[in-house]
Design a protein around this ligand. Structure first.
Ligand SMILES: Cc1cc2nc3c(=O)[nH]c(=O)nc-3n(C[C@H](O)[C@H](O)[C@H](O)COP(=O)(O)O)c2cc1C
Length: 316
């Protein structure tokens, strides 16, 4: 058993969170993670509010454990999703791609715990001041939208800068990653890529297979030139996208070129033309497993590592 402050804050057994994932954070995955003692999070992405409400209701049919909703602040539906999350009183909200500061008081009044996802110390401090309950600090090893600092560098600096619990995200895929995150001062971990390769995740089998076959250097970053860096597996699309960026293509044209690509890759399994969001930890993932097994193996492995590290204290 690994019990940390994040377990107490969120009412969960294990300090393991499934990060909100566009198209993939559905009731199937979310309820599996929460039923296994972690925290599942619905990925609202750019989805319509009705879809998010449906996923909340479906998740409630499958679990009576706490779960969350991730709100992508750049979504055209972000305001409506915030409204419905307040109405539905979900246990936890995480936010991605922006600063949720203005919304935090509303969530708090509704009794909802707020854990913004940040990539910098400055934003972590600002959000603690306006009432965040915990911070998810996400390093640039992560899949999806990323910042510029690695997890190993970011976590201890965020931990030193805020009083609230910090959750480490980015590049964590097994018990070693969990033990390392705790050693850096985090109170838990959030994973995305590892959970894509779970039995319960609805991701297309061809996309899951690409993650299983990935190596340490299989991902790349697109969108850096227009200030929206995304990490995904290298394929025909990323090569085309980079060529367009190099040619100085405007943001509007790049947005148009990228439209619908994430759904195409993740759900339709078009592994050449679709965007295959993935973290660098893909290189470590070799097997699709049930969520419960992923979580239980991680906790057992982290516990054994923490125990075994004492041997370094014995001298000679
Ligand atoms: C397929 C995929 C989709 C993602 N979608 C979102 C999202 O919609 N909102 C968000 O805040 N983070 C999103 N993320 C980031 C994850 O929630 C999580 O923080 C990240 O994956 C952690 O890094 P890892 O991939 O190394 O485990 C996504 C990640 C992946 C792999």
């Amino acid at each position: 058993m690994l019990k940390t402050a994040i377990c107490n804050l969120l009412g969960i057994k294990h300090p393991i969170i499934q990060g909100g994932m566009v198209h993939l954070g559905t009731a199937e995955l979310v309820s599996a993670v929460s039923n296994a003692g972690g925290l599942g999070i619905i990925g609202s992405g750019n989805s319509k509010p009705e879809w998010v409400r449906q996923q909340i209701h479906l998740t409630r049919q499958r679990t009576n454990k706490p779960f969350g909703v991730n709100i992508l602040l750049i979504s055209p539906f972000a305001k409506q999703v915030i409204e419905l999350v307040l109405e539905e009183k979900v246990a936890v909200v995480t936010t991605g791609a922006g600063n949720p500061g203005v919304y935090i008081p509303q969530f708090k009044r509704a009794g909802i715990k707020v854990m913004p996802v940040v990539a910098s110390v400055a934003l972590a401090k600002r959000l603690e001041r306006v009432g965040a309950d915990a911070i998810v600090a996400e390093g640039m090893e992560s899949g999806g939208e990323i910042g510029e600092t690695t997890t190993i560098v970011l976590i201890p600096q965020v931990v030193d800068s805020v009083q609230i619990p910090v959750v480490a995200a980015g590049g964590i895929g097994d018990g070693r990653g969990l033990a390392a995150a705790l050693a850096l001062g985090a109170q838990g971990v959030q994973m995305g890529t590892r959970f894509v390769c779970s039995e319960e995740c609805i991701a297309h089998p061809r996309y899951k297979e690409k993650i299983l076959k990935a190596r340490d250097r299989s991902t790349m970053i697109t969108g850096q030139s227009i200030g929206s860096a995304m990490r995904c597996l290298q394929n025909k699309l990323t090569r085309q996208f980079l060529a367009l960026e190099k040619a100085g293509t405007s943001r509007e044209e790049l947005d148009l070129f990228g439209q619908g690509r994430v759904y195409l890759g993740l759900i339709e399994g078009n592994v050449d033309e679709g965007s295959l969001l993935s973290g660098q930890i893909a290189g470590l993932i070799k097997e699709i497993k049930p969520v419960r097994v992923i979580i239980e193996e991680m906790v057992a492995e982290a516990g054994a590592i923490i125990d075994s590290l004492k041997k370094f204290l014995q001298g000679d």
